[in-house]
Design a binder for this molecule. Sequence first.
Ligand SMILES: [Zn+2]
Length: 302
Amino acid sequence: MIKLQEKVLAIDIGGTSIKTGIVEGDKIIEFASYKNVWKGAQEKLTPFFSKIFSHWIEKYNITKIGIGCPGDIIDNVVVSAANLKWHDFHLLDELQAIYPQMTIKIENDGRAATLAELTYGKLKDVKNGIFIVFGRGVGGSLVINHEIYTGSFTRGGNFGHMVIKNYKARKCNCGRRGCFETYASVAGLVQTIKDINYHSKNPVPLKELGGLRVMDLANNQHPIVIKAIKQWNLDIAESILSLALILDPSHIILAGGITESGLIDIEVIKEKLREQHYDNVVVELSDFKSKAGLVGAATLLK
Ligand SMILES: [Zn+2]
């Protein structure tokens, strides 16, 4: 007889939207996405959740909630989430006050997504690997000896804030300049288009320039967008090579909504790795695509 897995209410908090779902193992049974509804203010989040989830909790008899959230999460507290401007946010305590019988866990979104890949995806049985999620920022984790590397003070593998440019480069929400995520994220790609625009006689109309609009312009071969995407891929490849030099991974797996667009050029990354004789590294897109964080949030309760 097949043992049914328990259904978990999963929440993936992102920079521009919150994805929610009912997840069973690696299958998403229900899904809903909310864009900017809470306006970023941390005090509005718990009332918002309690309003939208009551139906699902009753329908599926939910007893477990898993949450992925950007930033430093220590002992289920959001100590700091720079992109959301959240500090010392006791989200778990707030939710636990509403749902005292519920088992709730909160983890960094990149680590949660990596856990999904380790448990069900392309990092299963991989000893040393890198998992990168491209969104508004850049998250993910290093996998060392089949486990997510957390470091001495639980802040390990925070490579989105690895500096890849010089000290005059783009300002990051963390306060430094030139971080990986200010170039390699979707927001980074948009900024690269804006930078090239600045010197162009035929600029891209900047109104509502987000991921979907960039894809549209790329499909129409807009020269500035094509140039920006080439630069973006080179920035990603250089950064991944730097990570590979430290970790010597066998697998590098990429996830996030932008991986569904076809804009990330795996061959550019492989070529960059080959330059430094990393010929045998597997570089692939995750099958979870934009849902890695959501499945990962549920996997926290496994
Ligand atoms: Zn940074």
